[in-house]
Design a binder for this molecule. Sequence first.
Ligand code: ADP
Ligand code: F6P
Length: 324
Amino acid sequence: MGKEIKTIGVLTSGGDAPGMNAAIRAVVREALGKKLKVKGIKRGYAGLLAEEIIDMEARDVSDTIQRGGTILQTARCEDFTREDGQKRGASICKKHNIDGIIVIGGDGSFRGAQKLASFGINTVGIPGTIDLDINCSEYTIGFDTAVNTAMQAIDKVRDTSTSHERCSIIEVMGRGAGYIALWTGIANGAEDILLPEKYDYDEQKLVNHIIENRKRGKKHYIIINAEGIGHSVSMAKRIEAATGMETRATILGHMQRGGSPTCKDRVYASIMGAYAVNLLCQGKSNRVVAYRNGDFVDFDINEALSMEKAIPEYQLEVAKNLSN
Ligand code: ADP
Ligand code: F6P
């Protein structure tokens, strides 16, 4: 069993995600309920290095569970990827009597937490990213809201695409991962879903499929293109030239990261926040909270970062079969 925890810090890092506030609220209130002190660290690791550290009380997280974004702000911090930055971060924690830190973010943020742990600060990571690209977890904070936001936007593009009998390429976020594309592809009944994990760069196959669909009486052709493939605008020009079907590209962009979190994101983020505090109270460090097989669990960060997660083949097959 590790050291006794009296004060915990909480920060959000990397891209923001709807539900991060629910997690911060849970961390603050669970910790205060256990008679711990809570310090909010603003702007991720950048704020830690700049000592932007504030005391947090129960009322500081009032009226936040329904708000998108992160009340602590977030940032990406180059200095923290270097050892001198990480050591400085650990000594700043010690200076502020922070015994344990909860890091809400993605893989990169967990690597930072891993380093802080190696310099003597107990750390727990909570998966916070719309991309769903944390391999140890079937859920990440913000994914559910992001896919619902994207789904509603794609429904709107579909209306105009059908009216004009056009092909629409709709680019969704996800960095190198295709989960947002896969889910919206299924939910929006897309004719094609282009995932970075599966993309073979054979555009002729896509062109042939569009022409076949046209012959079979389809009024539109919706392609969900993952950000990891990108180039939607130039792809649209090539497809229009090759098929004769008017083609438009829509890049949904950052609207996918905003908005009020869904019920699922509020509930899971709340549970993960409380769970993380309990891990620190048990003296645990270098852990990541995860959701797997219907349960909230935790992994060693090193193990979590080495795990792999594949695109579910069956879901992709279903998506293809249902778009005929
Ligand atoms: P995410 O956490 O969503 O994956 P990033 O990859 O941008 O987002 O990482 C967020 C921040 O975490 C980075 O700006 C940096 O401060 C920190 N970080 C990323 N990689 C490392 C690393 N290898 N070592 C230490 N800190 C890191
Ligand atoms: O990781 C979340 C995410 O929105 C990715 O989907 C996207 O690739 C990236 O962040 C965009 O980052 P930025 O907001 O810095 O442009």
